[in-house]
Write a protein that binds this ligand. Structure first.
Ligand SMILES: [Ca+2]
Length: 302
C-alpha cells in the first residue's frame, strides 16, 4: 500500500492522496488497515505561489487552479475545501466533483486581498475530504504587495469595486461587471460593461471607493468596435452622481451623445462612491460603458 507523505510533499508537489494510508490525521495507534477503503483521489493546486495586489478588486487578479484526479479504478465523488489566511478572500470556498476512473477536473480559485491588507506572505490551504478524516492539506503561498499610490492626476476609479445594476450574460457571452473600471478602454465582453435587459432604463453602474477621494472630472468611454459606432450603439443620455454625506448628488448630465468619449467637468467634490445613471442608449436597448474614469485636475496656481 502506498503511503502518503502529505506534509512533506505538499511544498514540492502540492499533492495529497486519499483512500490510501495517511500519516497526517491518524489517531495514535490507529492502523492503516482500519481506514475505509476508497479510490485514491489526488488534489493539486497550481501555481504554488501567487502575487496579489492589496485592494483594487476590479483589476484582474491571479487564480489558483485546483484539480481533483481519480487515480483509482472505481468512480468516486470527491470534495475539497480551500481556506485562506485572513484577510485574503477566495472566489469560492470548495470544489466537489464526481470522478470516473482516471478523470481529472479543475477550477480556478481567484485570490483577492482587501484594501488595507498588510503586505507580506499569506497561505491558502487546500484540504481533501474523501471518506477520510480531515487533516490532509496542500498549501500555496500568496505574496501581497501594496498597490501604487493614487496621487492627484490618477484615475481614482481604476480597479475599485464596481456594482452594476445588471450585467449581460448568456451561455456564450458574459460581460465583466468590473469591465468599466479595469483600465482597458477597448470594447469587448471581457473589458467592458453591458447592461442585462434590453430596453430597461435607467441602469446604473456604481463604483465604491475605499476612502474619500476628490474629483472634478469624469471620462466615460462607451462602445465602439469594427462593426459598430457610438452613434449606433453607444450610451446617449446619462447622469453622473457622487455620494456625499450619504446622499447622491448629481454633478453632471449628458444628453444626446454620439461620441466615443465624453468628459464631464464639475466643481471639485470629495466622495466615497460614484455612479453613472444610464438613461438611454442610441439603439434603445442596452447601457454600454467600455471604461469609466475620474480625476482630480488640480487647478493651476496663478
Ligand atoms: Ca474597460
Amino acid at each position: 500500500m502506498r503511503t502518503s507523505t502529505v506534509v512533506a510533499t505538499a511544498a514540492v508537489s502540492m499533492l495529497v492522496s486519499a483512500g490510501v494510508a495517511h500519516q497526517t490525521g491518524a489517531l495514535p495507534g490507529q492502523a492503516d488497515e482500519a481506514r475505509p477503503s476508497a479510490a485514491p483521489v489526488e488534489l493539486a493546486v497550481a501555481p504554488q505561489q501567487l502575487e496579489v495586489l492589496a485592494g483594487l478588486p476590479c483589476l484582474p487578479h491571479p487564480a489558483m487552479n485546483v484539480s481533483l484526479t481519480n487515480q483509482g479504478a472505481e468512480p468516486v465523488f470527491a470534495d475539497s475545501f480551500l481556506t485562506a489566511d485572513e484577510p485574503l478572500e477566495l472566489s469560492r470556498p470548495s470544489f466537489s466533483s464526481y470522478l470516473p476512473p482516471g478523470q481529472e477536473v479543475s477550477v480556478p480559485f481567484v485570490v483577492t486581498a482587501p484594501h488595507g491588507t498588510a503586505p507580506g506572505t499569506y497561505e491558502v490551504t487546500g484540504e481533501l475530504l474523501q471518506r477520510l478524516p480531515r487533516g490532509d492539506t496542500v498549501t500555496a503561498r500568496v505574496e501581497v504587495t501594496a498597490p501604487p499610490p493614487k496621487t492627484p492626476g490618477s484615475n481614482v476609479l481604476l480597479g475599485e469595486r464596481a456594482t452594476p445594476s445588471s450585467s449581460y450574460v448568456t451561455a456564450s457571452t458574459a460581460f465583466n461587471p468590473c469591465g468599466a473600471v479595469d483600465g482597458d478602454r477597448t470594447w469587448s465582453h471581457a473589458t467592458a460593461w453591458n447592461s442585462a435587459n434590453s430596453g430597461v432604463f435607467p441602469s446604473t453602474y456604481e463604483v465604491t471607493l475605499p476612502e474619500p477621494r476628490t474629483m472634478n472630472r469624469v471620462d466615460l468611454y462607451t462602445s465602439q468596435s469594427a462593426s459598430s459606432t457610438p452613434e449606433r450603439h453607444g450610451l446617449r443620455d446619462w447622469d453622473v452622481e457622487v455620494l456625499v454625506n450619504g446622499s447622491w448628488r448629481t454633478v453632471a448630465q449628458v444628453r444626446g451623445n454620439t461620441q466615443l468619449v465624453v468628459s464631464s467637468v464639475f466643481e471639485p467634490v470629495e466622495t466615497t462612491a460614484l455612479r453613472v445613471v444610464a438613461l438611454a442608449s442610441n439603439d434603445g436597448k442596452y447601457a454600454r460603458i467600455a471604461e469609466l474614469e475620474a480625476y482630480y485636475d488640480v487647478p493651476e496656481q496663478p
